[in-house]
Design a protein around this ligand. Structure first.
Ligand code: ADP
Ligand code: MG
Length: 237
């Protein structure tokens, strides 16, 4: 599903968190929202998800005006930085949770959960509990869970932020591979320029609620569109 954000603004009190944003994301793309803390990345992601309503502007999901659709109607999967799995449920039950509340049969739930466990390379761990997995493994379970109901869009808010550097690096490569297999339109938030450049096809650089530049890693690195982009992205030192 493609995403079209048209002149969207959102303020909290007198603070303009998202300011007249226009953004086109093609169906199947893997896009990073990159910017410093407080630049409006999470708010923009939550607006796309339907967890926030814009003050003005519209959000389209492939030809449908989704501006006032509920989260459920948008068919979007969401993973946050601290994505709590249900501690008292097994990994397989965690992954199948969304299917269960949609009244899928137990056989269907098990088949789908096992298929997703294989996809996230955790086959054989379905009967374990979250406390028996590492942080990186748990984040892969969270991703599998968000994919269980076959969302048309996957939104990830600093999904690897809480993990150590080595695990983060593995998960980046792994997210890239997952996307190449599943091709679901994916938007992920990060404040880490290296992460954005390594994972995304396209990077959206944000600052103070506005989009400074959209482009491939090479385009942004070689031809920064503003002084801000140059200082934020510029040569690593
Ligand atoms: P980022 O994800 O880039 O760090 P956010 O979109 O989370 O930025 O937030 C931008 C700013 O908007 C935050 O620093 C905060 O001041 C404000 N903000 C975000 N969400 C809320 C909220 N629910 N209530 C009040 N202020 C908020
Ligand atoms: Mg954020």
């Amino acid at each position: 599903m493609g995403i079209s954000v048209k002149n969207v603004s959102k303020r909290f009190g007198s603070f303009q968190a998202v300011d007249s944003v226009d953004l086109e994301i093609e169906s199947g793309a893997l896009v990073a929202l990159l910017g410093p803390s407080g630049s409006g990345k999470s708010t923009l992601l939550r607006l796309i998800a339907g967890l926030e309503t814009p003050d003005s502007g519209r959000i389209w999901l492939t030809g449908t005006d989704a501006t006032h659709q509920s989260v459920q109607e948008r068919n979007i999967g969401f993973v946050f930085q601290h994505y709590a799995l249900f501690k008292h449920l097994t990994i397989r039950e965690n992954i199948g949770f969304g299917l269960k509340i949609r009244k899928a049969s137990p056989a269907r739930i098990k088949a789908r959960a096992d298929e997703l466990l294989e996809l996230v390379q955790l086959s054989g761990l379905g009967d374990r509990y979250p406390s028996q997995l590492s942080g990186g493994q748990r984040q892969r379970v969270a991703l599998a869970r968000s994919l269980a109901v076959e969302p048309k869009v996957l939104l990830l808010d600093e999904p690897f932020g809480a993990l150590d550097a080595k695990v983060r690096k593995d998960l980046r490569a792994w997210l890239r591979r997952l996307h190449d297999e599943v091709h679901v339109t994916t938007v992920f938030v990060t404040h880490d320029q290296e992460e954005a450049m390594e994972v995304a096809d396209k990077i959206v650089v944000m600052n103070k609620g506005q989009i400074e530049q959209v482009g491939t890693a090479a385009e942004i690195y070689d031809r920064p569109a503003s002084a801000f982009v140059m200082s934020f992205i510029g040569p690593v030192n």
